[in-house]
Write a protein that binds this ligand. Structure first.
Ligand SMILES: N[C@@H](CCC(=O)N[C@@H](CS)C(=O)NCC(=O)O)C(=O)O
Length: 208
């Protein structure tokens, strides 16, 4: 299997971390987003949306990180994606929330405070930031409350849900996500950060 990825991308991190955690042999193929390699004809033939990650398994090509994670975790028996319909639905619930709602707060903060600086795109837009921070607090309150009596999101066991939701916190420190009052999120994310698969996929980013 081949994973088209870009190391700084939280979306490719999710898929790569799951592959590492499961010990699956996955060949990595760099798609340099800063050089526009996601827009080459060759890459668009794999993923017409022009985004990474993409997984290629023989002649089967799969894009969308959540689908890739589920496909990878279906290759071997694993508590990350248990063979139980309610547990799977619960995992899907959190993966859906992550893509639709959690990202709505975290991604604009990450873009305004971190990506703009790295790509020299100017100062953060105060209005965008204010709105994103309000969304962040709304969603973080839900997550923090849910985690108050749990170590992990589903069945109190590490699952794909944790990898998905944690991916948004990849740049939490450098982008100054307002996490101070969310003790349960910080404790839970600490558990993710202790995983070798998370450590091995930590992006190298310019500091400061
Ligand atoms: N919903 C997609 C989002 C993928 C995505 O947005 N990937 C970004 C990197 S984090 C990308 O490839 N961006 C390239 C571009 O927009 O040109 C997924 O979960 O895989």
């Amino acid at each position: 299997m081949k994973l088209y990825y870009f190391p700084p991308s939280p979306n490719s991190r999710k898929a790569q971390a799951v592959a590492i955690h499961l010990g699956l042999p996955v060949e990595l193929e760099l798609v340099n987003l800063q050089q526009g390699q996601q827009r080459t004809a060759e890459f668009l033939a794999l993923n017409p949306t022009g985004r990474i990650p993409v997984l290629q398994d023989g002649d089967f090509v799969l894009w969308e990180s959540t689908a890739i994670m589920q496909y990878l975790a279906s290759r071997v028996p694993t508590p990350l994606w248990p063979d139980d319909v309610k547990r799977r639905a619960d995992i899907m619930r959190w993966q859906s929330w992550q893509l639709s709602h959690w990202s709505s707060g975290t991604q604009p903060i990450q873009f305004e405070r971190f990506v703009k600086k790295v790509l020299d795109l100017g100062e953060p837009d105060a209005q965008v930031l204010e709105s994103a921070i309000a969304t962040f607090h709304r969603e973080a309150t839900v997550l923090d409350t849910y985690l108050a009596d749990k170590d992990y999101l589903v069945n109190n066991t590490l699952t794909l849900a944790d990898f998905s939701v944690a991916s948004n916190l990849t740049y939490a420190t450098i982008a100054q996500f307002p996490l101070e009052k969310y003790d349960h999120i910080r404790a839970w994310y600490g558990r993710l950060e202790a995983l070798p698969a998370w450590q091995q996929t930590t992006p190298q980013v310019p500091q400061g």
